[in-house]
Design a protein around this ligand. Structure first.
Ligand code: PMP
Ligand code: GLN
Length: 379
């Protein structure tokens, strides 16, 4: 076979979840909650289905949901996205990301990504003939050297993909990072894709600086978001993207032939649920309590950490325990200690191994307590 992705295997999220199942291990690897979505939301989706929202949704999205999303951006960020022309509901953030890349990246174009990078970006770039240009960030701070980024911009740079709050590191870009990005892209034709699926999960004194609050950036960018992350139902695969109308028109040319539209009753149910903005505004305090519980319980373990500032992931440095490769250590923990995590090297340039594992704390307190008991036993 002439594979279009000869170097791509099965995503680490599937690999580690399967290994967790095989060994009956606690699964803190793939990022999903092990507690249910709010019953009120489930009832609203059933009600939408009972009320006849069962045929194709409009291609750009169900109207009430487009309005609810526009309203959220206005209220939270004072940013205006027109519901008719500047927002599209997608099959999770993944499908939005794939179609944004497909709509703009041509053979030989370059796309700058920051590593460790979420694993769906690069294959989408490659399938469209583009070339990934990586900026490698390092544990424990994952801070960006903007001179390095500037040095990687060329006449071929079509797009820059950013992700804040950041999966897997749990770091957040500061206002000055966003301004540096704005300065770097001013007077260029670079399109920015800002993956903000964890926007509602920020901790301590951290603040999420949505790209839409930077006017010059907003004019050249897509933002992607995921209801699966926000409303604890990753299996529904509903997300959306926002962009100025000239960019969104190009996106919709691809989206309409990729999925056309997505699950109609969920869209109506989510729209009704979002009328109460507490449904997403209370997420940070909800997850901060889980992060704090987890970190307090492992404070005497041999793992080293800086508390996650955002997302529902915590990275733990295991260099005090072993010098094994992180993939080997993650697999050994799953088999022998019955706890599954995600090794970060798979997201890095040439598998750079900083000896850190990612643990998902979107879990019941009971699971977090069991997990921390195991982690404290690892010497
Ligand atoms: N981007 C990042 C950074 C993610 O962690 C995820 C996983 N939720 C996605 C995109 C994809 O989101 P979805 O499940 O809505 O496709
Ligand atoms: N976003 C999830 C994570 O980072 C995984 C999503 C997936 O499995 N594709 O764990």
């Amino acid at each position: 076979i002439h594979s279009k992705l000869p170097n791509v295997g099965t995503t680490i999220f599937t690999v580690m979840s399967q290994l967790a199942n095989t060994h009956n291990a606690l699964n803190l690897s793939q990022g999903f909650p092990n507690f249910p979505s709010d019953q009120t939301l489930i009832d609203l989706v059933s009600k939408a289905s009972n009320n006849g929202y069962n045929q194709y949704a409009p291609m750009p999205g169900q109207l009430d949901l487009l309005l609810a999303i526009a309203n959220k951006y206005q209220k939270l960020y004072n940013a205006s996205y027109h519901p008719d022309t500047e927002i599209t509901v997608t099959a999770g953030a993944t499908q939005a990301i794939y179609c944004i890349i497909s709509a703009f990246v041509k053979p030989d174009d370059e796309v700058i990504i920051f590593r460790p990078a979420y694993d769906c970006y690069e294959p989408a770039i490659n399938l469209n003939g583009g070339k990934t240009v990586s900026v490698q960030l390092s544990a424990p701070d994952y801070s960006v050297d903007w001179d390095e980024v500037q040095s990687k911009v060329s006449s071929k740079t079509r797009m820059i993909i950013i992700n804040t709050p950041h999966n897997p590191s749990g770091t957040i870009w500061s206002e000055s990072d966003m301004k540096a990005l704005e300065n770097l892209t001013n007077n260029t034709e670079i399109i920015v894709l800002s993956d903000e699926v964890y926007e509602h999960m920020v901790y301590d004194d951290a603040q999420h600086h949505s790209l839409c609050t930077f006017e010059n950036l907003k004019a050249r960018s897509f933002i992607t978001a995921s209801f699966g992350k926000t409303f604890h139902n990753t299996g529904w695969k509903i997300g959306y993207t926002c962009a100025p109308s000239n960019l969104m028109a190009e996106f919709r040319k691809v989206h309409q032939f990729n999925v056309f539209s997505v699950h109609h009753p969920s869209q109506k149910g989510i729209a009704d649920y979002m009328q109460d903005e507490q449904t997403y505004l209370n997420l940070s305090s909800f997850f901060q309590a889980k992060r704090d519980l987890f970190l307090n319980l492992i404070s005497d373990s041999k793992f080293k950490f800086k508390p996650s500032k955002g997302t529902y992931f915590q990275v733990l440095d295991f260099s005090n325990i072993t010098d094994e490769h992180d993939v080997d250590f993650a697999k050994r923990l799953t088999k022998d200690f019955k706890i599954a995590s995600i090794p970060l090297s798979v997201f890095n340039v040439d598998g750079k191994d900083d000896k850190v594992l990612r643990f998902c704390f979107a879990k019941t307190d009971e699971t977090l307590i069991k997990a921390s008991e195991i982690l404290c036993q690892i010497k």
